[in-house]
Design a protein around this ligand. Structure first.
Ligand SMILES: [Zn+2]
Length: 92
């Protein structure tokens, strides 16, 4: 049996196949961005694609704690926008 890398969603704490999760990363410059490749440098936090978890991406406190950074609300809105665009494309 092949081992599937599992990661925990920082919102609901469910463990999921890493490839099914969305990665938010704190870049070395201190930015908070969506990482569609899952390979960007920096500290990452994973979120699953459940609606309630996606909505929590706008939760400054939760994301800041997960990434150990003070995230800005407008950064998180941008991250969420990118995630939604990415998910829309995947569905096509
Ligand atoms: Zn979740």
């Amino acid at each position: 049996m092949r081992k599937i890398p599992m990661r925990t969603c920082v919102m609901c704490r469910k463990k999921t196949d890493k490839r099914e999760l969305l990665r938010i990363v704190r870049t070395p410059q201190g930015d908070v961005v969506f990482d569609p490749t899952g390979k960007q440098n920096g500290r990452g936090a994973y979120v699953c694609s459940d609606d309630s978890c996606l909505n929590s991406v706008k939760n400054v406190k939760k994301v800041s704690a997960a990434l150990d950074v003070t995230a800005k609300a407008e950064q998180l809105e941008e991250v969420l926008k990118k995630i939604r665009e990415y998910l829309d494309e995947k569905r096509v």
